[in-house]
Write a protein that binds this ligand. Sequence first.
Ligand code: UN1
Length: 483
Amino acid sequence: MTENFQNYIGGKWVDSASGETFADINPADTGDIVGNFQASTAEDARAAIAAAETARAEWRAVSAPKRGEILARAARIIEADTGRIAEELTREEGKTLVEAKGETARAVQIFDYFAGEGRRLCGETTPSEYGRTFLYTIREPLGTVGLITPWNFPVAIPAWKLAPALVSGNTVVMKPASNAPKTSLNIVMALESAGLPAGVLNFVTGSGHTVGREITGNPAVKGVSFTGSDTVGCGIYSQVTGHGGKAQCEMGGKNPVIVLEDANLDKAVNMSINGAMWSTGQKCTATSRAIVHKDVVAEFTAKVVAAAAAIRVGNGLDANTQVGPSIDETQMNIVLNYIETGKGEGAELLTGGSRLSEPPFDKGFFVEPTIFGGVTPGMKIAQEEIFGPMLAIIAIDDFEQAMAVANDTRFGLSAAICTRDITRAMEFVDRIDAGLVHVNSPTVGAEVQVPFGGMKDSSTGTREQGRVAVDFYTQIKTVYLEY
Ligand code: UN1
């Protein structure tokens, strides 16, 4: 019997008004249903927003350090339950258990970090032009905020939106991606057990067209933080800002790794495989272009192709697996279509390129780790976000051309360079259009204590994570106090 999971509204677990549910399916084994979730309506979303509005005054009155203490308690609950949370994450999302445990540990760090922010939710004092005037700022919550989260990091991303939103004193309506709602529900339950008052966090599952649209269109929602595709993100941005709300959207990437002729090639290969293949390439920070100096491109290519061909694909629950499935059939078909596009554009398929459909892969959405060589910067596979285990190798003549090619995309999330030359490394840092810059480390990863976000079409709004995360979730009040 598949278990049914409910929405969480005003501190109560409730069914959707629709009376309908949808299945949360294991992408490695479609016979495994993780649970049924509420196919919620706009009415359910409105009830969640109303509950958040009701709880607003009470939550705002709780001191920020006390709000932080609840986050710290949630961190301990999640930490103690890591094994189960990670296993459910792997079942619904497909990434390996090692990655799922790592991501859950990251969520714990996020809650701990923002628990501390409760004691540092500082304003500024400033000298006034006038005598006997105390001039200072304080941070206040926005009110009710909406969080729309993706399936690819179903524990870390809800955590890195929830923790700063809550510690800043906002009430929340959260809609998780329908492909991975169970992990988010586990976080909601941890916060409930940690003592979060009723109505402060409301959780509504369902489609973007119904639930998402009500959250983004409802003027009671003063801020929306979204991570997902850029098409959806741009729509959300205009909807939310259209009624005067704040919007923060983290969207796509087409992240390059530049490999210069002096690079340690084994390191360059590790950076590329890690960035392109782990988590099935389903990260907005994934490496999708290797921009390699002509003197080393043959050797780099031979090594990276051998490494990709040796990757063990399979069910993430199997300890041997290194790369799991695509999240669903649609996403798998997008990846397979890009493989056909790459071939059609004249790129050279060097390894992979096919769906794995024989047993034991027949019940999942598995694609072989795929590498194309001979890619030119204008090709679609060098321009569009693919979100699959795929790397395009582009040969370049010199550092100047590498920079031009690296920046020749509408995205600007993350970028890496592999070199031993400190001058060119620093030149790269200066000139790359990316919000996250890596020297001799892969394009992926995000430490909680530093800002995360991109340039160009990758992000809008202020950065997530780090101390600046609270900028999005707070508004500033300036006080002139004459005595
Ligand atoms: C990471 O690289 O570990 O949706 C984090 C994403 C990003 C998070 C990436 N917002 O893939």
